[in-house]
Design a binder for this molecule. Structure first.
Ligand SMILES: Nc1ncnc2c1ncn2[C@@H]1O[C@H](COP(=O)(O)OP(=O)(O)OP(=O)(O)O)[C@@H](O)[C@H]1O
Length: 254
């Protein structure tokens, strides 16, 4: 039987040395959706997110057990090249992190250049498409060759989204992407997510429950390493099945 899900986590356990940070998580994600991971600080959301693009390969002492299937292929299989895999699963971090010495244009096309693309016309096409995709084109089209660090924080974060989109990822991981931004920039990125799910699948870690409720199709609630409950966002917020989920989403702890 073929796997109907774009991404499946099967019995995923994650350790830092002896310490277990994620316990036996099973989750499936459907293509073209926005999926929120919520839960109190330290419950393993970021750890789980980073396992999805093999970022823990870069964390000394971190171990991922179980299976994570992307299009039915185990991303931890020895035949999978992690660098290639990270092109298919892009990531945007809490703090905007454009390459500080590069222009706006070079930031967006850095992944393509790294992959050997030199055709200037093609790079320009991809830059425009990605910047439009990140709702930034109109604001930067006249300053493509100026340093990325000259942009505002919200613009820098949309630039990082454009940079991730340029390599056409199947999945975009977002780790609290608006926590360093003002409300206007946050609203822009939230609107953007609804557009972006037409071209990619989003998994977002957020502390902001209103944000999860506004932007996501599904929500997963994590608590001290356990994934307590997963379901359609409306159900998690309005009719959770587990009393711990209810206590969290109604603000009784956090
Ligand atoms: N590099 C690391 N080495 C050791 N322990 C770590 C490391 N990174 C995270 N942890 C621990 O793993 C657990 C889960 O952390 P994680 O960052 O995944 O939680 P989180 O839910 O994303 O928290 P937050 O919402 O505060 O970002 C925590 O107990 C944390 O202290």
């Amino acid at each position: 039987m073929t796997n109907p899900y774009l991404l499946s986590a099967n019995d995923v356990n994650i350790y830092y040395g002896e310490k277990q940070a994620v316990k036996n998580v099973n989750l499936n994600f459907v293509q073209g959706t926005v999926n929120a991971l919520i839960g109190p600080s330290g419950c393993g959301k970021t750890t789980f997110l980073r396992a999805i693009n093999r970022m823990h390969d870069l964390t000394p002492g971190a171990r991922v057990m179980g299976q994570i299937l992307l299009d039915g292929e185990d991303i931890y299989s020895p035949s999978v090249d992690p660098v290639n895999m990270r092109r298919r699963v892009g990531m945007v971090f809490q703090k905007p992190n454009p390459f500080p010495t590069m222009s706006v244009f070079d930031n967006v096309v850095s992944g393509l250049k790294l992959a050997g693309v030199r055709d200037r016309n093609l790079l320009m096409q991809v830059a425009e498409r990605s910047l439009r995709g990140a709702a930034l084109w109109d604001e930067v089209k006249d300053r493509l060759n100026t340093p990325a660090t000259g942009l505002s924080g919200g613009q820098q974060q949309r630039l990082c989204i454009a940079r991730a989109l340029a390599v056409e990822p199947e999945i975009l991981l977002m780790d609290e992407p608006t926590s360093a931004l003002d409300p206007a920039s946050t609203a822009k990125i939230e609107d953007l997510m609804t557009e972006l799910k037409k071209v990619t699948t989003i998994i977002i870690v957020t502390h902001n429950m209103h944000q999860a409720a506004r932007v996501s199709d599904t929500t997963s609630f994590f608590l001290v390493g356990d994934m307590v409950e997963h379901g359609p966002t409306a159900q998690i917020f309005q009719a959770p099945k587990d009393e711990r989920t209810e206590a969290y989403v109604t603000g009784r702890f956090g």
